[in-house]
Design a protein around this ligand. Structure first.
Ligand code: C5P
Length: 369
């Protein structure tokens, strides 16, 4: 059980740590993350053991899972909304980047038994916001497992235990990532009956952001967001995610944009934005067309953004439909006091993360060599 990020949360200045089996990312993690992780492990051995993948499961007791995978989050380095379509969705163009704020998913598999459900899930006791996370068909993980079974006709029964670390309603795609991870896991446990392209197409039926997580980790996404084009990985770049206590509803933010069906939104050519980011991350144009409507829905979010901007990062922008604001680079102010100031003033949580990639081997998932 190892760490991939550090987090400062409201209500205290202790560094909390998350996630299981993060060896490669830990090696790449900043020294501050590593030391805070070690401090937390020393202070809380039970937590460390509790996320090892071998602890008690509601359904399987201490039986080790057949597979444990990490589900990363994402940020949008730019997000252009191009127009509102006749079906009510918005045509967009965005550069998605996977980041190392992860949920952990354990999977068990059993053979055919038509008297029992084809899939089930539980949420681990150490999960963030456990009480509010459903385990029925309203959870995207359950919908992904059911969809996979329907499409492939597999009779294998899969049980998932979710260790939730990444916040919801944050613009970080964590629920979508969990769903993609569950689909990959079900396919892998069944011996890969489906191609990755099929998983991409099927997952688009569940949500616009899920397909991205089947990419290599850096992708130019168009359509509703479900058409993915892998682009070369970006250099390792310092990044902080700042998540206010309140979340934002994606439909509410799109609605606030106020476009009529067929109406376009003017702005820079997204292909040009993409080329600029590929030349230099910090030289890119950080533009998110959903910022104005999100700030209209949650005015205090703009105040958080302005306070972060004043700290001198290379870039500060909202991710997706919010409410997370991400900061690229490092603040010009010395020390870590800025984190405490932001936590206290805005009630936000701060996660220090890295950009992450997925192996070119499609049979492997994130953080697997
Ligand atoms: O596809 P997903 O279920 O994630 O979308 C949630 C909601 O966000 C949609 O019902 C829609 O209101 C809005 N949305 C949109 N255009 C997109 C993606 C999402 O209008 N490209």
């Amino acid at each position: 059980m190892l760490i991939l990020l550090s987090c400062v949360a409201p209500g205290g200045h202790s560094l909390q740590t998350f996630a299981a089996q993060q060896r490669p990312w830990l090696r790449n993690a900043p020294a501050s993350s590593r030391s805070s992780h070690l401090a937390a492990l020393a202070a809380n051995t039970a937590f460390a053991e509790g996320t090892s993948g071998a602890e008690y499961s509601e359904r399987y007791g201490n039986k080790a899972p057949a597979l444990t995978l990490q589900a990363p989050s994402k940020i949008n380095l730019f997000l252009r909304i191009l127009r509102k379509r006749e079906d009510g969705y918005h045509e967009l163009a965005s550069l998605f980047q996977a980041v190392s704020l992860t949920d952990t998913l354990d999977f068990w598999v059993e053979g055919a038994d038509s008297s029992k459900p084809i899939c089930s899930m539980e949420v681990s006791p150490d999960s963030v916001g456990r009480a509010g996370i459903p385990t029925d068909e309203t959870n995207l993980v359950m919908r992904a497992l059911k969809l996979f079974a329907d499409k492939t006709g597999t009779k294998q029964r899969v049980h998932c235990r979710l260790h939730k670390n990444a916040p919801a309603q944050a613009g970080l795609g964590a629920g979508s990532s969990d769903a993609a991870t569950a689909m990959h896991a079900a396919n892998r446990l069944a011996g890969f009956p489906a191609t990755q392209q099929q998983l991409i197409e099927w997952s688009a039926e569940l949500g616009s952001d899920i397909s991205f997580f089947f990419s290599r980790g850096t992708a130019y996404c168009t359509g509703r967001g479900e058409i993915i084009e892998n682009v070369p990985p970006l250099p390792d770049t310092p990044c902080f995610l700042v998540k206010p206590a309140d979340g934002l509803s994606t439909p509410a933010v799109f609605k606030q944009l106020g476009l009529n069906k067929g109406q376009s939104l003017d702005g820079p050519d997204p292909r040009k934005l993409l080329a600029d980011f590929q030349a230099s991350v910090t030289g890119g144009t950080f533009l998110n067309d959903l910022e104005p409507p999100a700030f209209a829905v949650m005015p205090k979010l703009d105040k958080l953004r302005m306070d972060l901007k004043a700290l001198g990062f290379d870039a500060v922008m909202m991710s997706g439909s919010g409410s997370t604001i991400f900061c690229i680079g490092r603040p010009t102010v010395a020390g870590a006091a800025w984190k405490e100031d932001i936590v206290q003033k805005h009630g936000a949580s701060i996660f220090e993360v890295r950009f992450c990639q997925r192996s070119p081997n499609e049979q492997l998932w994130y953080n697997e060599a």
